[in-house]
Design a protein around this ligand. Structure first.
Ligand code: PAJ
Length: 281
């Protein structure tokens, strides 16, 4: 596996494989790789001839300076994990490679980016959409891989790719979890032992909503109430807890097709998100 820094290096490295008709898969990450990231890289390895993993802690998508400062960084460890999972190229640019002096462009995806994460993290999805556009344009992959753990991000990226008619397929892969159900996240390492136990509130809340849906409840308020009660058993209050359409992220009042239950909560200092699909899907 080779490590590259600049957009020109990436273009040069992919020119020959592209000429030879080899398929290219891209897995965008911010590093601190865990088994969730590894599942995306492995899938790209199965599907594609050339696997590119990008590693860039994107300042533009952090709406809290402290969160950006505390974000774990260990390129050597990430490089070893990416290579082991089957990556051919690791693109780990510096901030000035992605945002050279005078950079003045923002990609804004309307609609789907406005609720939930968009409301609670102002500017976050503009930062995500801008950097992902830059990664997609530089690598020009046939397939790009994202996790359903960040369901709204996935919906924003699908909208972006459709709206700009970018010639690639977007794959959304299932959330990888710890044995007890906690969704893997680079931020989990920063939970204290007590908060690690309380962090289960999110999954337990989602499970309660899913169980109520399976038992026949379709009213979103009743589903939310079931989830809230389960979360409170762990002494966690959600920042938001919503039943939404999985494509538009508009609220759903009565679930009669597929719906997504999405939750965000602060556990100690750490902000966590999770979601689950309910209904017919
Ligand atoms: P990051 O948080 O590093 O996540 C990179 C990819 O891994 C995302 O597509 C995310 O949804 C996926 N992922 C994270 N945890 C997962 C889990 N437990 N199971 C399955 N997949 C998981 O998301 C970002 O980086 C950034 O916003 C990025 C898209 C790279 C743009 O900067």
């Amino acid at each position: 596996m080779r490590t590259l820094r600049t957009v020109s290096e990436v273009r040069a490295a992919l020119a020959e494989p592209r000429r030879a008709g080899r398929s290219i898969g891209l897995v965008p990450t911010m590093g601190a790789l865990h088994q969730g990231h590894v599942s995306l890289i492995r899938r790209a390895r199965e599907d594609c001839d050339e696997v590119v993993v990008s590693l860039f802690v994107n300042p533009a998508q952090f709406n809290e300076a402290a969160d950006l400062a505390a974000y774990p960084r260990d390129e050597a460890r990430d490089a070893a994990l990416a290579a082991d999972a089957g990556a051919d190229l690791l693109w780990a640019p510096a901030v000035h490679d992605v945002y050279p002096p005078g950079f003045a462009t923002t990609v804004h995806v309307g609609g789907v980016s406005e609720s939930l994460e968009g409301e609670h993290r102002p500017g976050h999805f503009d930062g995500v959409a801008t950097v992902v556009t830059k990664l997609l344009v530089a690598v020009a992959p046939d397939v790009a891989y994202f996790g359903r753990k960040d369901a709204q991000q996935l919906a924003v990226i699908r909208r972006l790719v459709r709206d700009l008619a970018l010639p690639l397929r977007v794959e959304g892969l299932p959330t990888v979890r710890e044995a007890d159900g906690l969704a893997l996240s680079s931020r989990n390492a920063r939970l204290s032992p007590d908060d690690r136990r309380r962090a289960l509130a999110l999954k337990r809340g989602l499970d309660a909503a899913a169980a109520a849906a399976t038992a026949g409840t379709t009213d979103a308020e009743a589903l939310r109430a079931a989830a809230l009660a389960a979360m409170r058993e762990h002494a966690v209050e959600p920042e938001y807890l919503a039943v939404v359409d999985p494509d538009t992220f508009d609220p759903v009042a009565d679930v009669n097709g597929a719906a997504l239950v999405a939750v965000a909560a602060r556990v100690g200092e750490i902000r966590l998100i999770d979601n689950t699909l309910i209904g017919r899907h």
